[in-house]
Design a protein around this ligand. Structure first.
Ligand code: HPA
Length: 242
């Protein structure tokens, strides 16, 4: 049962998995938010945990940064561990002028400068969209909590230090809200396997500006995003047979 990158047993993951990029964030969520959390895998220190939140069994696992990395973990979680709802949680750089630090972005779609989805889609442009039901629930929970939230298109870039920064200007003109590095790949692999994926992100920097977030603000916005994602995950019906 173990895969090249996940050493968990066959039933160790829930059907719902939160996916932060940082494995230490997975540990933080397990320790601070989940009940009865158990470490189920740590190959290459990429920690994954399963516990409960409001009585709902939920897993959380790090993915690393960038599409190649998240594609490895998402593919193995879907194919070998039966995960059917994948919620990326992470940070993003704000592009849209209305976005402020700490705002929450829900990525209903993910454009990309990567070739990964073209490879998957026979050379054509795949519209990488989030699962509507998950996205709607994320937005609903955010609204219930009165969290400042925007829903829209993000840019999943292969480059953090982009050799062509004009790409961000074009993205801004196209109404893209923010830049991150994983959602487009996650949405495509989920589509290919007929499972559900969504992404919720906090604005950790504003492109073209040097405003910085205090450690306290970073923690507060992180906790808010984690709570929205967990609350959403806890509302997903448990499969009757798996
Ligand atoms: N670029 C890409 N990914 C990011 C950024 C960024 O500026 N900020 C947070 N994640």
């Amino acid at each position: 049962m173990p895969t090249p990158h996940i050493s968990a047993g066959p039933d160790d993951f829930s059907d719902v998995c939160l996916l932060p990029g940082d494995p230490l964030r997975a540990r933080y969520i397990a320790e601070q938010f989940l009940d009865d959390a158990v470490l189920v895998t740590s190959v290459r220190s990429m920690e994954g945990y399963t516990g409960t939140y409001r009585g709902r069994r939920i897993s959380v696992m790090g993915t690393g940064m960038g599409m190649p990395s998240i594609l490895i973990y998402a593919t193995e979680l879907i194919r070998q561990y039966g995960v059917t709802s994948l919620i990326r949680i992470g940070s993003c750089g704000g592009l849209h002028p209305d976005l402020s630090m700490r705002d929450v972005v829900i990525a209903s779609g993910a454009s990309t400068d990567s070739n990964a989805n073209r490879l998957r889609f026979g050379g054509f442009d795949f519209a990488a969209i989030a699962d509507f039901g998950l996205t709607r629930e994320l937005a609903k929970v955010a609204e219930e909590r009165e969290a400042p939230v925007k829903v829209g298109n993000v840019l999943s870039s292969d480059q953090f230090y982009h050799p062509r920064p004009d790409v961000f200007e074009v993205a801004q003109r196209m109404g893209i809200l923010a830049v991150e590095m994983e959602a487009a790949g996650l949405y495509a692999v989920a589509a290919e396997h007929g499972v559900r994926a969504a992404a919720i992100l906090t604005v950790s920097d504003i492109l073209g500006s040097d405003v910085e977030m205090s450690a306290e603000d970073r923690q507060t916005s992180l906790d808010e995003m984690i709570t929205i994602a967990l609350e959403t995950a806890s509302r997903i019906d448990t499969p009757t047979s798996s």
